[in-house]
Structures are given as C-alpha cells and as structure tokens.
Ligand binder design. Structure first.
Ligand SMILES: NC(=O)c1ccc[n+]([C@@H]2O[C@H](COP(=O)([O-])OP(=O)(O)OC[C@H]3O[C@@H](n4cnc5c(N)ncnc54)[C@H](OP(=O)(O)O)[C@@H]3O)[C@@H](O)[C@H]2O)c1
Length: 310
C-alpha cells in the first residue's frame, strides 16, 4: 500500500516507517524541518516537509503523495516542539500536541476525504488515564478519565477529539501506553538516576507501558487490517508505580526512588502526578491481540526496561 505517515521522525515514526517499508509498503513520511528529510530517507521513505497545523500544507502533502492509508503520529512533546517538560502545567506543555490532536487531526481527515484515502490510523493514549473507579485495569468499553479540574483536562479533551472524529470517519485509534525504548524515556531515566523521580504516597496507581517497537507494529497491523475503532496498545502487565518505578531504577543502576507524601508531591509536581501514581488505572490489550493478531516483542516492561534502559 501507499502509506502516508504524518510525523515520521518522532519516537514512534522512526520505528513505524522502517516496519512499513520492510512489509513492502511504499511510505511517504513528514517532518516540519527540511534538515530532517535525510533522516526520513534513511528510514526508507520519501520525505516531505509539512506543518500539521496548516490546512493548506497538509492538503498539498497528502494530495501529492496520493496515499491509500494515512497514519497520524504527530505530537509536540519534545523540547523542540513543546518546550521543557512540565507535568504541573500539562496544559502549557501539551499546547502544541493538543492542537495537533484537534486541528491537526481535522486537517488530515479533510485531506483524506479530498484525496479519497480510505484508511486512517491515529495515535491515542492509554497509560494511566482510565476512569478512576472500579478495577485497576480497563478495556476499550470503559471510559477514559476526563481528569476534570486538572491541568490534564485539555489533554484528555484533545484525546477524546481524536477518538471521536477518527472513529466516526471509519478509522482506528491506537491508544499507546507509556512509551519506552529508543529515545522515548531518556528524560525520565535521567530523573530516576538523579533520584528526582519519587514514589508518591503508596504508589498504588497503575500504569500500562509499551515498547516503541510494539507500538509501531500495532499501527502497521491497524493499517493492514483496515481496522476501525479504538485499541489499547499496551503490554500484558499493567502494574502499580510501587512495582515498576523501583524496577526501572534498578535497570538504570540507580538507587531506589525516594518516597514523598501526596501533599508534598502535589505542591512540587501538581495534581496530575499524584493522580497518576496513586489512583491511575491501567489497560488491557486483549482486543488488539484478538482483532489485529498483534503479538508483542516485549510482553512485559520487566524484560523491556531491562533491554531498553540497561
Ligand atoms: N504514549 C506516550 O507515552 C507518548 C506518545 C508520544 C510521545 N511520547 C514521548 O514524548 C517525547 C517526545 O516525542 P517525540 O520524540 O516523538 O517528539 P515530538 O515532538 O512529540 O514529535 C513527534 C512527531 O511529530 C512531528 N511534529 C511536531 N510538530 C508538528 C507539526 N506542527 N506538524 C507536523 N508534524 C509535527 C515531529 O516532526 P519533526 O520534529 O520532524 O518536525 C515528529 O515527527 C518522547 O519522550 C516520547 O516518548 C510519549
């Protein structure tokens, strides 16, 4: 198939493009910077400069590529696009990402319609943000948490937008757990090594993780299966922070994480960090395995962290 990857240079794009190419697809992939066109070419794709927040730029890039499928992997979370990571003010840190998930998705869907593209796959998020009631592990039938009243509320609204419009258009949303692997967790591991990533309260909140390689392979399958609907793309072992964080520290050959009470964490890092670590809900991957035939290279963060962080 001819596949158009919007955001071909990010942590997911850099795994996704070569996987698509290896399976015989003809890939056009985007970057916002002409200086990165060489990166895209080395991944095996035709590179194109596109601003996902400019409808004309998106329309022209898609029309020129004449794809049969579009994959939306545009986010603006890195320092270059989102500024310094700021969990306490997620609305600021994610301002560009939120626009890429709302306006950017709308522009890509309009371009898909104008060019007659039948298959659309977009990146969503399912790490610790399941509805905070009932069990610790959620399926696609359970709602996501709107995180009302926190700085993550606009982030969740943008994620809902992606899911609403993409599913309505007959496409698929691959909801990624917390990404790790090449380039994906360097900043967090650095904090762990400096003992600046503490366990909050009892650390009972769950997270789901996913290696970038497995995140990419799920998107490939969603394209090839002409999938529709939302899919939790997470590993087999959702786990509380009290388990995965000390393990991550051990893999990074760091001292065990410090413990801080909730009130102090709230003061330093804000509500979202406290919710994530004490009340977060993880996710089940049963649907993606069943419907897409997805098999994970790293079924658990236990072997994945060891391979990625050591
Ligand atoms: N589920 C998760 O946990 C999750 C999901 C995504 C990212 N992250 C994390 O966020 C961090 C940064 O991710 P990243 O390295 O992939 O960088 P990023 O800054 O999020 O960029 C991702 C992709 O979006 C593209 N992009 C950014 N702004 C754009 C725009 N206006 N128009 C079109 N495309 C645009 C980038 O292109 P260019 O830079 O080439 O211009 C790049 O290809 C990593 O630590 C990663 O693990 C986590």
């Amino acid at each position: 198939m001819r596949v158009f990857v919007a955001g071909g240079t990010g942590v997911v794009g850099r795994q996704l493009v070569p996987q698509l190419v290896a399976r015989g697809h003809q890939v056009t992939a985007t970057t916002t910077s002409a200086a990165k066109l060489g990166v895209v070419q080395r991944l095996g794709a035709t590179g194109v400069v596109m601003d996902g927040l400019d409808a004309t730029s998106v329309g022209e890039a898609v029309a020129k590529a004449q794809p049969e499928a579009i994959v939306h992997q545009m986010t603006g979370i890195s320092m270059a696009h989102g500024g310094k990571a700021d969990l306490k003010h997620m609305d600021r840190w994610f301002a560009t990402t939120n626009r890429l998930r709302t306006e950017g998705t709308d522009y890509l869907l309009a371009a898909a319609e104008a060019t007659g593209v039948s298959q659309f796959v977009a990146q969503g998020y399912a790490a610790w943000n399941g509805i905070r009631e009932g069990g610790w592990v959620k399926s696609e039938d359970d709602p996501l948490d709107p995180l009302t009243g926190t700085s993550a509320q606009p982030v969740m609204a943008a994620i809902s937008h992606v899911e609403d419009v993409v599913v309505k258009a007959g496409g698929a949303v691959v909801r990624y757990g917390g990404l790790y692997g090449p380039g994906a967790t360097d900043d967090q591991v650095e904090l762990v090594r400096k003992r600046q990533f503490p366990l909050v309260g009892d650390g009972a909140g769950y997270s789901s993780w996913i290696h970038v390689d497995d995140a990419a392979s799920a998107a490939v399958l969603a394209v090839e299966h002409d999938a529709t609907g939302v899919f939790n793309i997470v590993d087999d072992e959702p786990a509380p922070a009290s388990q995965w964080l000390p393990y991550l520290a051990a893999c990074a050959v760091a001292k065990p994480p410090m413990h801080v009470p909730k009130w102090l964490a709230r003061l330093i890092a804000g509500d979202v960090a406290v919710i994530m670590m004490t009340e977060g809900r993880g996710f089940s991957n049963a649907k993606a395995k069943r419907d897409l035939g997805w098999q994970l290279r790293y079924p658990s963060w236990r072997e994945g962290f060891k391979a990625a962080v050591a």
